[in-house]
Every structure is written in C-alpha cells, then in structure tokens.
Design a protein around this ligand. Structure first.
Ligand code: SAM
Ligand code: SF4
Ligand code: SF4
Length: 335
C-alpha cells in the first residue's frame, strides 16, 4: 500500500522534529561553537503547530506510514508536547508512537506523555560516568537525572526503555562495557551507534568512528552473547542477547554496514519540510501548501510524488566512496 520509491522501498516510518532547540550541546550533533548564544533558532510561529503536525501525519499514514517517532532537537522542550501525543495517538493506523529524548526533562513529563497515549521512549545516553557524559553531551545535567527520567518513564508504563549510545573514538569507548553491563544488570536494551557524518558542523572524521565490528568484538570479549534474529527488514540494529537471557544489545552500523536498501523512513523538519534521507541536502516545503489551503488529497499527492522519485542511499554511497554534498543538520531535521 502507498507509493514505492525508485528502489521499491515503501514509506513506513516517520520522524517528526518538533523543535530545533536543545538544552544539551553534544559535540557530535550541536557543537557549542556553532550553536552558541548567538545562534538563531526558529521562531515559534515558524514551527508546525500541533494541528499541522497531526494533519500531516494523518496524510502520511494514508500513504503507508505505520510508525511515528517524535524527535528534534530535544522534543521535551516543546511546550505541552503531550497535547501533540494525544492527537497522534488518536490517529487510526499508527501502530507505534515513540519518542527519542535526552531524558533530562523526562521525569516530570513521563506520566502525562503516557496518559496521552505515547507508546515508548528511546533515551540517548553516551556514558554512565559524569565526566564522560558531560563531555559527550556538553551539559551540566548529571547522569543521575537521565536515569531518573528512564525510571519515571518505565514507572509510567513507557518501558522497557531502550538506550542509544553514540560511540566516538578516544572519547567514550570505555562506556561500551559500562553501558552493556548496566543493561544486563537492569534488563534494558542498549544499542551502540556508529558516529555518523551528519550535518556540516561536527567536524566528522572516519578515524573517530568505532566500527560496529570493533564494538562487538569488545562486547564479546567481556560478555557471552548470542545473535538474535531481526523481526523486520527495516530494523536498523543488529541484535544480540546476553547468553544468560538478561537483556538484549544492539549495534547500529550506519557507517560501516549501511542499510539504505531497507530504509523506509521520511523525516519532517520542525518547519514542515519533508526529507527523504537523513543526509539529504534539501527538503520539500509542506508547510507552505498547508498554510495556503491545500487539501489533504493535494498534500498526499505532493508527498507521493516526492517519495516515488526518491533514490537516496547516502550511506551506501559513502561506503562505496562516492558521496558527497552539503548536508542539513540532524538537530534540524530530526535524528
Ligand atoms: N535530543 C534527542 C536525543 O538526543 O535523544 C533527540 C534528537 S537526537 C538528534 C537523536 C539521536 O541522534 C540521538 O540518539 C543522538 O545520539 C543521535 N546523534 C546525533 N548526532 C549523531 C552523530 N553524529 N552520529 C550518530 N548519532 C548521532
Ligand atoms: Fe541535543 Fe540530542 Fe543533539 Fe544531543 S543528540 S545535542 S541531546 S539533539
Ligand atoms: Fe536511509 Fe539515507 Fe540513512 Fe540510507 S543514508 S539509511 S537512505 S536515511
């Protein structure tokens, strides 16, 4: 059902960026030198309203979307986010409604997000010790606050929470074992993500990528692990399980083993541009037509036309050595 792109990939997943702002300054995402006090973030009226976001999602569900993830920037900075969740949870056809967050503000919001119909939460946490975490996230928020957010989410019924950790060479490699051990002790899935060349500001270098192969080798030296079969082709993580059954682990090899051929994701930026790849150079404005009175059929036709012409496979091209172009910031289009 719905359009297929030029590589026969359907549209199934939607990532909505609800704000370009963040209270952290992770150097791999929003380095402080580039996102300082003088950075011009979007004005409120530029952002898609909750009504616009819900309407757009309804139209995209009509084209095949089944999973919706709220992201950003830091989505919990968007005021009254639970109201948006309420609207999205009420849409027929959304099988999975999730949120990706740094969890710094999760403890106080978890209950109302759960009550509004949020399905689950993924938390980004790149280290368990405060000095490394402070360096990875460039924040004064302590790890304990993030852990409280995770616990609050689970207490509210949003668990089990999955944790994503970006691994950067020379910065948080020791967190690989720390986080895996924590996951095993607490029964939570931790997924390790290769550091990616998103955007144009993080000064990415291949030698700072710890390849998934190496992450796995480190994990297997320390823990007894067994592979877990993927449930769906579009799953991005390669899954493993502690042999004692205590928890799962994953590695997301976006750089060294790209998965573009199964990529069924679209992203909508906070101002309503549609991006068909995380590494796209440009998006297509959908807010303009919406505010100019386009009806749902016209919006659907516009999205279907874009999706049908989609050929993106940036990570595969990177792996083949044939990119590149100027890319948009991840905090802007939604990670
Ligand atoms: N602020 C929220 C958070 O951190 O969870 C949501 C947005 S953030 C852009 C989404 C995800 O992108 C996070 O898990 C973050 O670690 C990941 N990310 C950001 N920059 C990255 C990079 N250069 N390489 C790999 N993952 C990155
Ligand atoms: Fe903020 Fe998330 Fe980017 Fe870190 S990864 S700067 S928490 S948007
Ligand atoms: Fe999808 Fe683009 Fe990432 Fe490939 S590089 S998996 S097409 S978002």
């Amino acid at each position: 059902m719905g359009p297929r792109d030029e590589l026969a990939r359907p549209l199934r997943d939607l990532r909505l960026s609800v704000t370009d702002r963040c209270n952290f300054r992770c150097p791999h995402c929003m380095p402080r030198e580039r996102f300082g006090a003088d950075h011009a973030f979007l004005e409120r009226e530029e952002l898609l309203s909750f009504e616009e976001l819900t309407r757009l999602t309804r139209v995209l569900v009509g084209l095949g979307v089944r999973k919706v993830r709220l992201t950003g920037g830091e989505p919990l900075l968007r005021r009254d986010l639970h109201r948006l969740v309420e609207g999205l949870a009420g849409l027929e056809g959304v099988a999975d409604l999730a949120l990706t967050t740094n969890a710094s503000l999760l403890a106080s919001q978890a209950e109302r997000l759960a009550a509004a119909g949020l399905g689950r939460v993924t938390v980004s946490l790149d280290a368990l010790d405060d000095p490394t975490f402070a360096m990875m996230a460039d924040t004064r928020v302590p790890v304990a606050t993030v852990l409280e957010g995770i616990e609050a989410a689970e207490a509210a019924g949003l668990g089990p929470v999955k944790v994503n950790a970006v691994v950067r060479r020379g910065r948080n490699e020791h967190a690989i074992e720390d986080l895996a051990d924590w996951g095993r002790r607490t029964g939570r899935t931790v997924r390790f993500i290769e550091y990616m060349d998103v955007g144009a500001t993080n000064g990415w270098r291949m030698d700072e990528v710890v390849p998934a192969e190496e992450i796995l080798a480190r994990l297997r030296r320390r823990f007894a692990l067994e592979p877990v079969a993927a449930e769906a082709a579009s799953e991005v993580a390669e899954r493993w399980r502690h042999a004692d059954g205590a928890a799962e682990l994953g590695v997301i090899a976006s750089v060294t083993r790209p998965f573009c051929r199964d990529c069924t994701r679209a992203r909508v930026s906070a101002i309503g541009e549609l991006y068909t790849c995380l590494f796209a150079a440009a998006g297509t404005d959908l807010r303009g037509p919406m505010r100019d009175g386009a009806d749902d059929d016209q919006l659907a036709a516009r999205v279907a036309a874009i999706w049908s012409g989609r050929r993106d496979r940036y990570s595969e091209q990177r792996a083949e050595g044939t990119p590149t172009h100027q890319k948009v910031e991840m905090s802007y289009i939604g990670g």
